[in-house]
Each structure stands twice: as C-alpha cells, then as structure tokens.
Design a protein around this ligand. Structure first.
Ligand code: WT7
Length: 631
C-alpha cells in the first residue's frame, strides 16, 4: 500500500476518485479482520450517515499488537523518554506491550468496565497512557483522553457529556521543571460527576494524593490481581473507538466520535505513506496523546504498521533547548514529526543547542497543527534536515482522523508553507461565500471536502444534530473544514488559517466563545470579546477586550485575576496574552459584536478598519484605538 513515485501517486489518486470502494477495499486488505465487510462504503452528507466496511468485524489492538507477534515480538513498539534525561528510558517490545495491554484490560474489566462504556483518561506522557488507551480498545470500551493541561471544570464537562464510568489517571506529571498534580485535579473534577464509579491511579511522581475508599484504586495493586490473557473483544467496523473533545466557534467543546474500522485503515495507511515508513525505523512524534495527533500518529497509525514509536514525557526546552536533538541522537530517530510552534521557539536559541549532536539518522521531517511560515520551514529544512530530509507539512483535523493534504515523503515535491496535494481518497474543493465551488488554479476560498474518507468523524457524541450543523450544513453535500485555503497555479494547497471564530494557539484549537464565557465568569466582568492576533512563537495569541467597570486601582492585579479565572474554567492553555479594559465593545445596531474591527486593532492595524458605518457607537472604537496606541 506504499506509494513510491509521483506516477504511482497519480494513479492511486485517480483510482481513489474513479472507484473509491475498490480503492479502499484493497487498502483495507492490508489489515487484519475477523470477518470481512459486505459493503465498503455507504454514505450521505445530509444526515450525515457514513459507514465504512459495513458488516466487518475486528479489534484494532489485534492489528496494533497481536498480528506483529509472530514475526516482530521482540521489536521495540514504544521507546519512552522521560522528562528528566538523567532517568533511564524504557523500551517496550511488541510482546511486552501486548502483555501489559492485556493485563490492564483485565484490570479495567475487574473494575466494572464493559464494551461500550466510556472511560476518561487523564495521564502524563508515560507508556501507561498508551497502555490504557489500547486496553480500552481491547475490551471495546470507548476512551476519552483529556489533555493534562485542562482544568477540573473542563474535565468534569467532558466526563459528564460522555457519562464516563471510569477514570484512569496518575498521581502527577512532570513538565520540565514543574510538577503537575493530576489526581488532585481529578478529585476536584469528580465533585461534579455522578457517573464515575472507579478511579485507577498510576504512581508516577510520588506526589501525596488522597485515595477515596471504594472509588480510588492503585494501578500497581490492581495489575497484581489479574493475568495477562485477555482475548480481544470482537467489534463492528462502525462501533465507537473513541471520543476526543475539540473546541469550535460556539461555547461548548464537541465530542468528536471515531469508529474502529475506518479510523484504523485511515491512520495506518496515511502513517505508512506520508512518512514513507520503512521497517525497523524509529519514529518520533512530539505531540501529546491528549490531542488527535497523538492518537493517530503516536499510537494507532505507527503501531498498526509495526513501527517503533517514541513517547516523550517532557518539553523541548528542558533541561535546555537541545533536548529534541539529544533524543534524536540517543534513540537514532529516523522521522521527526513536530509543530511549527516548537520549531519557532527552538529557532530563537541559535546554534548552541547543536554543538554536541549529529542527528544523522534523520530521514523525514513532519509539521502539523498550524500553518508553517517560510522562515520556520527553511530553518527546519536546513538546521534539522541538513537539506536532506523531505518536510511533510500535514494538514488535517481532529474530525478527519488522519492526514488529508500533505506531501508524501520522497514522492511529492515540497514547497515551503504548502501542504501540497491531497492524499489518495481526499477530494478537496474551494467554495466562495455563496457556496459556489471555485474551479481552476490560482484561487482561494473556504476549504471543503466533497467525498467521505475512512477516517471522517461519524458524529459528535450525544448530539448528532450539532455534527450536521457544524460540518455539513454550511455547504450542501460537503464537509466544511472551517479553514481558508489557497490553490496555487500548479494546484498546490496552502492552508491560510481558520475562517471561523476559532484561534489556533500553538497548534491548539481554542474557541473564542469559550474564552469569553470563562472571562465573563469573573465577578467584575460585564462583557468581553476575544480575538486572535499574530504571535511570533504561538502562531496566534489571544487578545481579550474586557468591560470591567469597577476595577480597583491595581489594574495588573485585575488582569491576573482574570487569567486565574480562565485557568480555572478551561486551563492555562486558554489564558489571554493581552487584556485591554474598555468601556464598551464595538457593536452593530442589532447588538452583534464587530469582531472584524477588534481583530484589526489586535493586529495593530488601526488605520484601515474598513466599513464602520453600521457601528452603534463609533466613540467606543475611538477609545479602543487610543488605548491601543498609548500602550
Ligand atoms: C486545525 C485543526 C490535526 C492535528 C493537530 C490539530 C490547523 C492543522 C495544519 C497545517 C495549516 C493546520 C487548521 C485545522 N492545521 N494542520 N499543516 N497547516 N493549518 O488538530 O486541533 O483539530 O486543529 O489546525 O486550522 O483546521 P485540531
């Protein structure tokens, strides 16, 4: 199923459009099924209802673990690199990982988990996180991983939305020089969660934690009570595999649902091709498993292909800015998949971090999460790839399950800041505001996808109508991505950023409405409006305009109080970078906030505010401009 030349790509692409069922049916033969499908695809985007590999039975963990045991039992599946470089790394072979997953799957069962139950996972980047994820999949339970940076309230909202029965967590996590108390956050979250019956706690940081009788159990104790034999649950191709929450333009995060068969095929196929993965290679994705990148390209994609996947607990700048490069040398990494924000932050450290590293094992570089600017692209190419490694700028989303538009390493000619061409099976199109498709090259518009692919989301958990509304209603018979896009003269795609009210901060999606709701929770705040602005390292930063009539003399303290409120409500990742106190917000006569104007001001472009004739009170804008200029 690997594509090795541009001619092969063109052939595969043509076939995937002319005969998608035959195309994906053949790709799917590269995976292990308990029972074959009777229909490759049935779909409509109106409801939407999308089914891939209907009637087929499988378990994704048999594809990620069992099927490699005959030939690759002793091959490393996971290499874990701890936060502290002085501490030993850990290698788990496929045989060891299989044993541990089976054992922990039995722990989940022993604690009442059954097929279809939802399990929330809130853990540090340790091998046990991958083990917990795979153990859920083993028994047919649905995992909902919540990133370790979210607050107790965010966790509670997610647990309640999915009515999770179990939580798997750890005492704490390390993040550079900091310790994060995960169990304490879970304890706070669970005050408001009545569906959770058991909490399984891994010992990691040895932080003192409270353990509630009848609810909380230790991972280490539990595994002693079970054996490592756990036959995989037989799953329907369209049974739910996991839920992953993501922010949108409206207040509440959505639980994006992926199913077993299609997701597996898509994650495996795209991993194998985009990175041109060769047997025996070591692959390192620096994302957190709490995001889709970690799900698809640390766990399911690589393991389904028998690859060796590095899990790194720490951050790029601890103990110093050479950490990534040290890891590349230490574990002889061949492919490195990271984010533009990490690249930009490491660029600022100059050449010193490269003094004692060679990085000569690197063969392929990848970028994901946000547009990569040309400067960062060239630095990545020259400093890290030494001009010898293709860069795959991979565009995709939580909802797409896997990479959609990207070069194929060693196949597609790359071009700085372009995600280049759609992968086989992906039919992108650009549409204008009236929903008209824009044909031809040298054009830009809103990016939509015309035809389903196996990894497409099936629903948003508990609210199918919301899924329809968000993705399938803007343009009939198309999946709308929320991104703006340019197709250049040679048909290459460049993603220009979100066109909705979503801010991409360091590759993380943050809904402006969500941040506004959090700020408005502060007792002194009357109203707020949040927009994105260009940020040198993060890509976009968060700018909040806040009406706070009676702030006490210490404005700085009020600012900090607001940041603290946002940290409590969402998590530190959603803290505004800038807060401006204003006496009013620019609104239309019908009361709508004119974000366009605020965006311009946040970008520092006050001279050209466009049409302001519909403003209810122009004096408000004058005040904001004055404040912006005196800063
Ligand atoms: C949004 C999806 C998919 C994994 C990480 C983020 C932006 C993602 C690129 C890229 C330009 C990109 C888009 C997209 N995005 N990759 N290569 N070039 N923009 O997943 O949190 O679901 O966010 O990230 O705006 O819609 P996510």
């Amino acid at each position: 199923m690997q594509i090795n030349s541009i001619e092969e790509y063109e052939l595969a692409y043509r076939k995937s459009v002319d005969n998608p069922e035959q195309f994906w049916g053949e790709i799917a033969q590269n995976f292990q099924w308990r029972k074959p499908w009777f229909k490759v695809l049935s779909w409509n985007f109106a409801d939407p209802e999308i089914k891939w590999f209907e009637g087929a039975k499988l378990n994704i963990t048999e594809n990620c673990l069992d099927r490699h045991l005959a030939t690759d039992a002793d091959k490393p599946a996971i290499i874990w690199e701890p936060n502290d470089p002085e501490q030993d790394s850990i290698t788990l072979t496929y045989k060891m990982l299989h044993e541990r997953v089976c054992r922990f799957a039995n722990v989940l069962k022993r604690n009442g988990a059954k097929k279809g139950d939802r399990i929330c996972i809130y853990m540090p980047m340790v091998p046990e996180l991958a083990i917990a994820v795979l153990a859920c999949a083993r028994i047919g339970a649905v995992h909902s991983v919540v990133f370790g940076g979210f607050s107790a309230k965010s966790i509670a909202d997610r647990i309640n939305d999915a009515a999770c029965k179990l939580v798997v967590t750890a005492d704490g996590a390390y993040r550079g020089s900091k310790k994060i108390e995960l169990k304490e956050v879970i304890d706070d979250a669970l005050i408001g969660c009545s569906t959770v019956e058991k909490v399984i706690v891994l010992t990691h940081t040895r932080t003192p934690v409270s353990m509630l009788k009848g609810r909380d159990v230790w991972w280490e104790d539990e595994v002693k009570h079970v054996n490592d034999v756990c036959p995989a649950e037989e799953m329907d191709a369209e049974d739910m595999l996991f839920i992953l929450y993501t922010s949108g333009s409206t207040g509440k995060p959505k639980g994006v649902v992926h199913t077993c068969g299609g997701y597996m095929v898509y994650a495996g196929y795209t991993f194998s091709n985009v990175f041109n993965y060769q047997p025996g290679e070591v692959y390192f994705c620096t994302a957190d498993i709490g995001w889709i990148t970690g799900h698809s390209y640390i766990i399911y994609g690589p393991l389904s292909q028998g690859a060796t996947s590095v899990i790194f607990e720490g951050i790029p700048t601890y103990p110093d800015a050479s950490r990534f490069w040290q890891i590349v040398d230490k574990h002889k990494v061949n492919s490195l998949y990271t984010a533009p924000t990490a690249i930009r932050s490491l660029m600022s450290f100059g050449d010193e971090p490269f003094a004692n590293v060679s990085m000569d094992t690197l063969r392929v570089l990848g970028s994901v999460g946000e547009p990569i600017n040309e400067e960062a692209w060239h630095w990545f190419d020259e400093k890290i790839g030494k001009g010898n490694c293709p860069i795959v700028d991979t565009w995709w989303q939580t909802e797409t399950g896997g990479i959609m538009i990207s070069p194929i390493a060693n196949v597609t000619r790359t071009k700085p800041s372009f995600a280049t061409l759609p992968l086989p099976g992906i039919q992108p199109c650009l549409v204008d505001e009236n929903g008209q498709e824009i044909e031809g090259n040298g054009v830009s518009g809103n990016l939509c996808i015309k035809f389903p692919w196996p990894g497409i989301l099936r629903t948003t958990y508990g609210d199918h109508e919301r899924c329809r509304q968000t993705y399938f209603s803007a343009y009939p018979n198309m999946y709308f991505t929320g991104d703006g896009c340019l197709r250049d003269d040679e048909g290459y795609y460049r993603i220009t950023g979100r066109v909705d009210d979503v801010i991409n901060v360091s590759g993380h999606r943050i809904g402006t409405a969500e941040v506004e709701n959090a700020i408005n929770m502060h007792s002194g705040v009357v109203e707020s409006a949040v927009v994105g602005f260009p940020h040198e390292v993060k890509g976009q930063g968060i700018y909040a305009f806040v009406i706070y009539p009676e702030h006490h003399s210490d404005e700085e303290l009020t600012r900090k109080d607001i940041l603290q409120t946002v940290t409590r409500m969402i998590g530190a990742i959603a803290k505004p970078d800038k807060i401006m106190f204003v006496s009013g917000l620019p609104k239309t006569r019908s009361g709508k906030i004119m974000r366009r104007i605020l965006r311009k001001i946040a970008e520092g472009e006050v001279s050209n505010l466009g049409d302001t004739s519909t403003l209810l009170d122009p004096a408000v804008v004058t005040e904001i401009i004055e404040k912006a200029q005196t800063k």
